[in-house]
Design a binder for this molecule. Structure first.
Ligand code: PHE
Ligand code: NA
Length: 446
Protein backbone atom coordinates (compact mmCIF):
# COMPACT_ATOMS: atom_id res chain seq x y z
CA UNK A 1 0.00 0.00 0.00
CA UNK A 2 1.47 3.35 -0.95
CA UNK A 3 1.76 6.49 1.13
CA UNK A 4 -1.34 8.53 1.89
CA UNK A 5 -1.61 12.08 0.62
CA UNK A 6 -4.45 12.96 2.96
CA UNK A 7 -3.61 15.58 5.63
CA UNK A 8 -5.41 17.26 8.51
CA UNK A 9 -6.42 20.75 7.40
CA UNK A 10 -4.18 22.61 9.87
CA UNK A 11 -1.93 22.16 12.90
CA UNK A 12 -4.85 23.06 15.11
CA UNK A 13 -7.03 20.44 13.41
CA UNK A 14 -4.46 17.78 14.19
CA UNK A 15 -4.27 18.79 17.85
CA UNK A 16 -8.05 18.81 18.08
CA UNK A 17 -8.33 15.39 16.47
CA UNK A 18 -5.87 13.88 18.92
CA UNK A 19 -7.58 15.69 21.80
CA UNK A 20 -10.89 14.31 20.56
CA UNK A 21 -9.42 10.81 20.76
CA UNK A 22 -7.92 11.45 24.18
CA UNK A 23 -10.79 13.19 25.96
CA UNK A 24 -13.60 10.74 26.55
CA UNK A 25 -14.93 8.26 29.05
CA UNK A 26 -11.40 7.94 30.39
CA UNK A 27 -11.49 11.45 31.84
CA UNK A 28 -15.06 11.83 32.96
CA UNK A 29 -16.19 8.32 33.80
CA UNK A 30 -13.12 6.11 34.29
CA UNK A 31 -10.74 8.47 36.08
CA UNK A 32 -13.10 9.29 38.98
CA UNK A 33 -14.18 5.73 39.58
CA UNK A 34 -10.74 4.14 39.26
CA UNK A 35 -9.24 6.87 41.45
CA UNK A 36 -12.09 6.23 43.87
CA UNK A 37 -11.23 2.56 44.05
CA UNK A 38 -7.50 3.21 44.33
CA UNK A 39 -7.21 5.77 47.08
CA UNK A 40 -7.66 9.17 45.40
CA UNK A 41 -4.71 11.57 45.62
CA UNK A 42 -1.96 8.94 45.54
CA UNK A 43 -3.50 7.49 42.39
CA UNK A 44 -3.82 10.94 40.81
CA UNK A 45 -0.23 11.85 41.60
CA UNK A 46 1.16 8.64 40.15
CA UNK A 47 -1.05 8.78 37.09
CA UNK A 48 0.02 12.36 36.32
CA UNK A 49 3.64 11.30 36.84
CA UNK A 50 3.14 8.48 34.33
CA UNK A 51 1.55 10.89 31.85
CA UNK A 52 4.70 13.02 32.00
CA UNK A 53 7.30 10.23 32.00
CA UNK A 54 5.57 7.68 29.76
CA UNK A 55 2.38 9.02 28.25
CA UNK A 56 3.74 12.08 26.46
CA UNK A 57 7.03 10.54 25.20
CA UNK A 58 5.30 7.34 24.02
CA UNK A 59 2.52 9.37 22.41
CA UNK A 60 5.23 11.13 20.42
CA UNK A 61 6.77 7.76 19.51
CA UNK A 62 3.43 6.44 18.32
CA UNK A 63 2.45 9.46 16.22
CA UNK A 64 5.99 9.74 14.87
CA UNK A 65 5.77 6.20 13.46
CA UNK A 66 2.50 7.01 11.72
CA UNK A 67 3.87 10.25 10.35
CA UNK A 68 7.07 8.64 9.07
CA UNK A 69 5.12 5.76 7.51
CA UNK A 70 2.19 7.77 6.12
CA UNK A 71 0.17 4.54 5.96
CA UNK A 72 -2.11 2.49 8.20
CA UNK A 73 -0.29 1.21 11.33
CA UNK A 74 0.45 -2.30 10.09
CA UNK A 75 1.79 -1.18 6.73
CA UNK A 76 3.70 1.68 8.34
CA UNK A 77 5.39 -0.65 10.83
CA UNK A 78 6.18 -3.18 8.11
CA UNK A 79 7.61 -0.60 5.70
CA UNK A 80 9.63 1.24 8.35
CA UNK A 81 11.00 -2.03 9.74
CA UNK A 82 12.16 -3.03 6.27
CA UNK A 83 13.84 0.35 5.72
CA UNK A 84 15.65 -0.12 9.01
CA UNK A 85 16.75 -3.64 8.08
CA UNK A 86 14.62 -5.07 10.92
CA UNK A 87 12.13 -7.93 10.88
CA UNK A 88 8.80 -7.52 9.09
CA UNK A 89 7.28 -9.16 12.18
CA UNK A 90 6.97 -5.65 13.64
CA UNK A 91 3.68 -5.73 11.75
CA UNK A 92 2.31 -7.85 14.55
CA UNK A 93 2.47 -4.84 16.79
CA UNK A 94 -0.19 -3.26 14.58
CA UNK A 95 -2.31 -6.40 14.77
CA UNK A 96 -1.96 -6.50 18.55
CA UNK A 97 -3.08 -2.86 18.62
CA UNK A 98 -6.15 -3.74 16.57
CA UNK A 99 -6.99 -6.53 19.02
CA UNK A 100 -6.58 -4.14 21.95
CA UNK A 101 -8.96 -1.53 20.53
CA UNK A 102 -11.39 -4.32 19.69
CA UNK A 103 -11.65 -5.25 23.36
CA UNK A 104 -11.76 -1.63 24.51
CA UNK A 105 -14.40 -0.51 22.02
CA UNK A 106 -16.65 -3.41 23.04
CA UNK A 107 -17.15 -2.02 26.55
CA UNK A 108 -16.66 1.61 25.55
CA UNK A 109 -19.68 1.39 23.32
CA UNK A 110 -21.82 -0.15 26.05
CA UNK A 111 -20.89 2.57 28.56
CA UNK A 112 -21.31 5.33 25.99
CA UNK A 113 -24.77 3.86 25.48
CA UNK A 114 -25.46 4.66 29.13
CA UNK A 115 -24.96 8.34 28.33
CA UNK A 116 -27.50 8.06 25.51
CA UNK A 117 -30.00 6.61 27.96
CA UNK A 118 -29.21 9.28 30.54
CA UNK A 119 -29.40 12.03 27.96
CA UNK A 120 -32.90 10.92 27.00
CA UNK A 121 -33.95 10.44 30.63
CA UNK A 122 -32.66 13.87 31.51
CA UNK A 123 -34.37 15.60 28.59
CA UNK A 124 -37.59 13.86 29.66
CA UNK A 125 -37.20 15.38 33.11
CA UNK A 126 -36.86 12.03 34.87
CA UNK A 127 -34.27 13.38 37.27
CA UNK A 128 -36.08 16.51 38.34
CA UNK A 129 -37.14 16.29 41.96
CA UNK A 130 -35.64 12.81 42.37
CA UNK A 131 -33.78 12.07 45.61
CA UNK A 132 -30.25 10.70 45.69
CA UNK A 133 -31.58 7.29 46.71
CA UNK A 134 -34.09 7.22 43.85
CA UNK A 135 -31.41 8.17 41.33
CA UNK A 136 -29.13 5.40 42.62
CA UNK A 137 -31.90 2.82 42.49
CA UNK A 138 -32.86 3.94 38.99
CA UNK A 139 -29.32 3.37 37.76
CA UNK A 140 -29.23 -0.15 39.25
CA UNK A 141 -32.53 -0.99 37.61
CA UNK A 142 -31.21 0.30 34.29
CA UNK A 143 -28.09 -1.89 34.51
CA UNK A 144 -30.26 -4.90 35.27
CA UNK A 145 -32.09 -4.49 31.93
CA UNK A 146 -29.87 -6.02 29.25
CA UNK A 147 -32.37 -5.11 26.53
CA UNK A 148 -31.95 -1.39 27.24
CA UNK A 149 -28.19 -1.69 27.44
CA UNK A 150 -28.04 -3.51 24.13
CA UNK A 151 -30.35 -1.03 22.44
CA UNK A 152 -28.15 1.92 23.44
CA UNK A 153 -24.94 0.01 22.67
CA UNK A 154 -26.26 -0.68 19.16
CA UNK A 155 -27.21 2.94 18.65
CA UNK A 156 -23.83 4.23 19.75
CA UNK A 157 -21.93 1.75 17.62
CA UNK A 158 -24.06 2.69 14.64
CA UNK A 159 -23.27 6.40 15.15
CA UNK A 160 -19.57 5.61 15.38
CA UNK A 161 -19.37 3.33 12.40
CA UNK A 162 -21.28 5.72 10.15
CA UNK A 163 -18.59 8.37 10.61
CA UNK A 164 -15.81 5.80 10.25
CA UNK A 165 -17.29 4.47 7.01
CA UNK A 166 -17.30 8.00 5.59
CA UNK A 167 -13.59 8.45 6.34
CA UNK A 168 -12.16 10.01 9.43
CA UNK A 169 -10.39 13.26 8.82
CA UNK A 170 -13.13 15.37 7.17
CA UNK A 171 -16.11 15.29 9.50
CA UNK A 172 -14.06 14.96 12.64
CA UNK A 173 -12.25 18.26 12.22
CA UNK A 174 -15.39 20.36 12.43
CA UNK A 175 -17.01 18.28 15.13
CA UNK A 176 -14.00 18.60 17.42
CA UNK A 177 -13.61 22.30 16.76
CA UNK A 178 -17.04 22.92 18.11
CA UNK A 179 -17.25 20.41 20.90
CA UNK A 180 -14.08 20.68 22.87
CA UNK A 181 -14.55 24.31 24.01
CA UNK A 182 -18.19 23.61 24.91
CA UNK A 183 -17.35 20.57 26.99
CA UNK A 184 -14.66 22.51 28.75
CA UNK A 185 -16.96 25.41 29.58
CA UNK A 186 -19.58 23.11 31.00
CA UNK A 187 -17.09 21.29 33.18
CA UNK A 188 -15.87 24.64 34.52
CA UNK A 189 -19.43 25.51 35.40
CA UNK A 190 -19.90 22.19 37.17
CA UNK A 191 -16.66 22.57 39.11
CA UNK A 192 -17.80 26.08 40.06
CA UNK A 193 -21.02 24.64 41.39
CA UNK A 194 -19.06 21.95 43.23
CA UNK A 195 -17.13 24.69 45.03
CA UNK A 196 -20.38 25.82 46.66
CA UNK A 197 -21.23 22.41 48.15
CA UNK A 198 -20.00 21.27 51.55
CA UNK A 199 -18.28 18.31 49.92
CA UNK A 200 -15.82 20.61 48.14
CA UNK A 201 -13.01 20.83 50.71
CA UNK A 202 -13.19 17.11 51.48
CA UNK A 203 -13.04 16.43 47.74
CA UNK A 204 -9.99 18.65 47.29
CA UNK A 205 -8.20 17.00 50.20
CA UNK A 206 -9.14 13.58 48.93
CA UNK A 207 -7.90 14.37 45.41
CA UNK A 208 -4.80 16.37 46.24
CA UNK A 209 -3.43 15.24 49.62
CA UNK A 210 -1.93 11.83 48.95
CA UNK A 211 -1.58 9.18 51.59
CA UNK A 212 0.66 6.40 50.48
CA UNK A 213 -0.51 3.70 52.88
CA UNK A 214 -2.78 2.05 50.36
CA UNK A 215 -0.10 1.98 47.69
CA UNK A 216 0.46 -1.47 46.16
CA UNK A 217 2.05 -2.57 42.88
CA UNK A 218 -1.48 -3.11 41.57
CA UNK A 219 -2.45 0.51 42.27
CA UNK A 220 0.68 1.63 40.43
CA UNK A 221 -0.20 -0.67 37.51
CA UNK A 222 -3.74 0.78 37.38
CA UNK A 223 -2.31 4.30 37.37
CA UNK A 224 0.04 3.46 34.51
CA UNK A 225 -2.70 1.74 32.53
CA UNK A 226 -4.92 4.73 33.04
CA UNK A 227 -2.22 7.12 31.80
CA UNK A 228 -2.05 5.17 28.53
CA UNK A 229 -5.81 4.77 28.29
CA UNK A 230 -6.69 8.39 28.88
CA UNK A 231 -4.15 9.62 26.33
CA UNK A 232 -5.29 6.99 23.79
CA UNK A 233 -1.71 5.72 23.59
CA UNK A 234 -0.49 2.14 23.09
CA UNK A 235 -2.98 0.68 20.61
CA UNK A 236 -1.61 2.20 17.38
CA UNK A 237 -4.80 4.28 17.19
CA UNK A 238 -2.97 7.60 17.30
CA UNK A 239 -0.47 6.12 14.86
CA UNK A 240 -3.32 6.05 12.36
CA UNK A 241 -3.97 9.77 12.96
CA UNK A 242 -0.26 10.59 12.71
CA UNK A 243 -0.28 9.43 9.11
CA UNK A 244 -2.32 12.54 8.22
CA UNK A 245 -0.23 15.00 10.23
CA UNK A 246 0.81 18.20 8.41
CA UNK A 247 4.45 18.37 7.27
CA UNK A 248 5.70 21.30 9.31
CA UNK A 249 4.20 20.67 12.75
CA UNK A 250 6.18 20.13 15.96
CA UNK A 251 5.08 16.84 17.47
CA UNK A 252 6.31 17.55 21.03
CA UNK A 253 4.28 20.78 21.22
CA UNK A 254 1.17 18.98 20.00
CA UNK A 255 1.61 16.10 22.45
CA UNK A 256 2.10 18.42 25.43
CA UNK A 257 -0.98 20.45 24.48
CA UNK A 258 -3.11 17.31 24.22
CA UNK A 259 -1.88 15.93 27.55
CA UNK A 260 -2.53 19.25 29.32
CA UNK A 261 -6.09 19.40 27.98
CA UNK A 262 -6.69 15.78 28.85
CA UNK A 263 -5.47 16.09 32.44
CA UNK A 264 -7.41 19.28 33.07
CA UNK A 265 -10.66 17.69 31.89
CA UNK A 266 -10.08 14.79 34.29
CA UNK A 267 -9.33 17.17 37.16
CA UNK A 268 -12.44 19.26 36.57
CA UNK A 269 -14.59 16.15 36.35
CA UNK A 270 -12.95 14.73 39.47
CA UNK A 271 -13.55 17.89 41.50
CA UNK A 272 -17.18 18.08 40.39
CA UNK A 273 -17.92 14.41 41.00
CA UNK A 274 -16.14 13.97 44.33
CA UNK A 275 -17.64 17.14 45.81
CA UNK A 276 -21.06 15.62 45.26
CA UNK A 277 -19.90 12.23 46.54
CA UNK A 278 -18.76 13.77 49.82
CA UNK A 279 -21.63 16.25 50.10
CA UNK A 280 -24.06 13.33 49.81
CA UNK A 281 -22.06 11.00 52.04
CA UNK A 282 -21.60 8.54 49.17
CA UNK A 283 -18.81 6.00 48.74
CA UNK A 284 -15.95 7.09 46.41
CA UNK A 285 -15.30 3.40 45.62
CA UNK A 286 -18.83 3.02 44.25
CA UNK A 287 -17.46 1.68 40.94
CA UNK A 288 -18.52 2.22 37.31
CA UNK A 289 -21.82 3.85 38.32
CA UNK A 290 -20.08 6.70 40.15
CA UNK A 291 -20.48 9.45 37.56
CA UNK A 292 -23.91 8.32 36.40
CA UNK A 293 -25.28 8.59 39.91
CA UNK A 294 -23.46 11.65 41.27
CA UNK A 295 -23.99 14.04 38.39
CA UNK A 296 -27.79 13.71 38.21
CA UNK A 297 -27.85 14.27 41.98
CA UNK A 298 -25.71 17.39 41.66
CA UNK A 299 -27.64 18.85 38.78
CA UNK A 300 -30.98 18.11 40.41
CA UNK A 301 -30.05 20.76 42.98
CA UNK A 302 -28.88 23.41 40.52
CA UNK A 303 -31.23 26.06 39.18
CA UNK A 304 -32.10 24.97 35.65
CA UNK A 305 -30.34 21.73 36.52
CA UNK A 306 -32.22 19.54 34.10
CA UNK A 307 -31.14 21.65 31.16
CA UNK A 308 -27.51 21.60 32.24
CA UNK A 309 -27.63 17.89 32.89
CA UNK A 310 -28.97 17.28 29.41
CA UNK A 311 -26.29 19.46 27.87
CA UNK A 312 -23.67 17.63 29.91
CA UNK A 313 -24.75 14.17 28.74
CA UNK A 314 -24.92 15.44 25.19
CA UNK A 315 -21.35 16.69 25.39
CA UNK A 316 -20.18 13.52 27.09
CA UNK A 317 -21.76 11.53 24.32
CA UNK A 318 -20.05 13.65 21.69
CA UNK A 319 -16.70 13.31 23.51
CA UNK A 320 -17.03 9.53 23.62
CA UNK A 321 -18.05 9.56 20.00
CA UNK A 322 -14.79 11.16 18.84
CA UNK A 323 -12.85 8.67 21.00
CA UNK A 324 -14.77 5.69 19.67
CA UNK A 325 -14.08 6.78 16.10
CA UNK A 326 -10.38 6.72 16.93
CA UNK A 327 -10.78 3.29 18.55
CA UNK A 328 -12.46 1.88 15.45
CA UNK A 329 -9.99 3.31 12.94
CA UNK A 330 -7.05 0.89 13.49
CA UNK A 331 -9.29 -2.15 13.00
CA UNK A 332 -10.81 -0.78 9.83
CA UNK A 333 -7.42 0.17 8.40
CA UNK A 334 -6.12 -3.29 9.27
CA UNK A 335 -8.89 -5.01 7.33
CA UNK A 336 -8.38 -2.59 4.45
CA UNK A 337 -4.73 -3.61 4.47
CA UNK A 338 -5.88 -7.20 4.01
CA UNK A 339 -7.72 -6.14 0.86
CA UNK A 340 -11.23 -5.27 2.15
CA UNK A 341 -13.11 -2.26 0.85
CA UNK A 342 -13.62 0.41 3.53
CA UNK A 343 -17.37 -0.13 3.70
CA UNK A 344 -17.01 -3.89 4.11
CA UNK A 345 -14.23 -3.48 6.65
CA UNK A 346 -16.41 -1.11 8.68
CA UNK A 347 -19.32 -3.54 8.60
CA UNK A 348 -17.17 -6.46 9.77
CA UNK A 349 -15.73 -4.39 12.61
CA UNK A 350 -19.17 -3.12 13.63
CA UNK A 351 -20.65 -6.59 13.75
CA UNK A 352 -17.82 -8.16 15.72
CA UNK A 353 -17.57 -5.30 18.23
CA UNK A 354 -21.34 -5.44 18.66
CA UNK A 355 -21.23 -9.16 19.44
CA UNK A 356 -18.32 -8.75 21.85
CA UNK A 357 -20.18 -5.87 23.53
CA UNK A 358 -23.05 -8.20 24.39
CA UNK A 359 -20.80 -9.84 26.94
CA UNK A 360 -20.41 -6.51 28.71
CA UNK A 361 -24.10 -5.67 28.40
CA UNK A 362 -25.10 -8.93 30.08
CA UNK A 363 -22.45 -8.58 32.79
CA UNK A 364 -24.80 -6.58 34.99
CA UNK A 365 -27.59 -9.15 34.92
CA UNK A 366 -27.63 -12.60 33.33
CA UNK A 367 -23.85 -12.95 33.26
CA UNK A 368 -23.10 -11.11 36.51
CA UNK A 369 -21.79 -14.27 38.11
CA UNK A 370 -20.01 -15.63 35.08
CA UNK A 371 -16.46 -14.98 36.26
CA UNK A 372 -14.06 -16.80 33.92
CA UNK A 373 -10.79 -15.20 35.13
CA UNK A 374 -9.44 -13.70 38.38
CA UNK A 375 -12.94 -13.74 39.83
CA UNK A 376 -13.98 -10.96 37.43
CA UNK A 377 -16.95 -10.97 35.07
CA UNK A 378 -16.72 -10.13 31.38
CA UNK A 379 -17.25 -6.37 31.81
CA UNK A 380 -14.72 -6.17 34.62
CA UNK A 381 -12.21 -8.10 32.51
CA UNK A 382 -12.48 -6.10 29.26
CA UNK A 383 -12.56 -2.79 31.09
CA UNK A 384 -9.41 -3.58 33.08
CA UNK A 385 -7.01 -5.98 31.31
CA UNK A 386 -6.81 -4.22 27.91
CA UNK A 387 -6.28 -0.74 29.46
CA UNK A 388 -3.99 -1.90 32.27
CA UNK A 389 -1.95 -4.54 30.45
CA UNK A 390 -2.40 -4.45 26.66
CA UNK A 391 -1.94 -0.68 26.27
CA UNK A 392 1.30 -0.52 28.32
CA UNK A 393 2.60 -3.60 26.49
CA UNK A 394 1.77 -2.06 23.10
CA UNK A 395 3.24 1.25 24.24
CA UNK A 396 6.42 -0.50 25.30
CA UNK A 397 6.86 -2.08 21.86
CA UNK A 398 6.00 1.21 20.12
CA UNK A 399 8.64 2.99 22.20
CA UNK A 400 11.25 0.34 21.45
CA UNK A 401 10.51 0.56 17.75
CA UNK A 402 10.68 4.36 17.57
CA UNK A 403 13.68 4.87 19.86
CA UNK A 404 15.82 1.80 19.08
CA UNK A 405 14.80 0.38 15.70
CA UNK A 406 13.97 3.38 13.51
CA UNK A 407 16.94 5.06 11.85
CA UNK A 408 17.83 8.34 13.49
CA UNK A 409 17.25 10.49 10.39
CA UNK A 410 13.74 9.16 9.76
CA UNK A 411 12.65 9.50 13.36
CA UNK A 412 14.19 12.95 13.75
CA UNK A 413 12.37 14.27 10.71
CA UNK A 414 9.03 12.82 11.86
CA UNK A 415 9.39 14.31 15.36
CA UNK A 416 9.81 17.79 13.90
CA UNK A 417 11.77 19.24 16.83
CA UNK A 418 15.31 19.52 15.52
CA UNK A 419 18.30 17.48 16.60
CA UNK A 420 18.35 18.66 20.22
CA UNK A 421 14.66 17.90 20.66
CA UNK A 422 15.10 14.50 19.08
CA UNK A 423 18.00 13.50 21.32
CA UNK A 424 16.20 14.66 24.44
CA UNK A 425 13.08 12.70 23.47
CA UNK A 426 15.12 9.61 22.58
CA UNK A 427 17.02 9.63 25.84
CA UNK A 428 13.83 9.96 27.87
CA UNK A 429 12.19 7.11 25.95
CA UNK A 430 15.26 4.87 26.04
CA UNK A 431 16.28 5.36 29.64
CA UNK A 432 13.06 6.34 31.42
CA UNK A 433 9.88 5.37 29.59
CA UNK A 434 10.91 1.92 28.40
CA UNK A 435 12.47 0.63 31.67
CA UNK A 436 9.71 2.18 33.79
CA UNK A 437 6.89 0.64 31.75
CA UNK A 438 8.64 -2.70 31.84
CA UNK A 439 9.18 -2.66 35.60
CA UNK A 440 5.65 -1.53 36.46
CA UNK A 441 4.12 -4.12 34.13
CA UNK A 442 6.21 -6.87 35.64
CA UNK A 443 5.60 -5.70 39.21
CA UNK A 444 1.85 -5.38 38.68
CA UNK A 445 1.53 -8.75 36.99
CA UNK A 446 3.56 -10.80 39.48
N1 PHE B 1 -8.60 8.10 25.47
C1 PHE B 1 -9.95 7.63 25.40
C2 PHE B 1 -10.68 8.08 26.66
O1 PHE B 1 -10.08 8.62 27.55
C3 PHE B 1 -10.01 6.13 25.23
C4 PHE B 1 -9.14 5.58 24.14
C5 PHE B 1 -8.18 4.62 24.42
C6 PHE B 1 -9.27 6.04 22.82
C7 PHE B 1 -7.35 4.10 23.42
C8 PHE B 1 -8.45 5.54 21.81
C9 PHE B 1 -7.48 4.55 22.12
O2 PHE B 1 -11.85 7.92 26.79
NA1 NA C 1 -8.73 10.63 28.06
Amino acid sequence: MSETLERWGSKRAFILAVTGAAVGLGNIWRFPYVAGENGGAAFLLIYVGFVLLLGIPVMMAEILIGRAGRRGPIQALGALAMDAGASANWRWLGIFGAFTVFCILSFYSVVSGWSIEFLVASVNGQFSGATAAEIGAGFDAFLASPGLLIFNHSLFLFMTMTVVAAGVSKGLERLNNLLMPLLYGLLLLLAGYAATTDGFSTALAWLFLPSFEALTPTVVLHAMGHAFFTLAVGACALMAYGAYMPEDQSLPKAAVAVAALDISVALLAGIAIFSVVFAQGMDPAEGPGLMFVTLPIAFAELPGGVVWLSVFFLLLLLATWTSAINLAEPMVVTLQGLGCRRSIATAIVALSVWLMGLLSAFSFSTLADFRPLFGRNAFELVSSIPPDVFLPLGGLMIAIFAAWVMPRATAMKALGAGEGGYLLWRNVVRWVSIPLTFIVLLGGLL
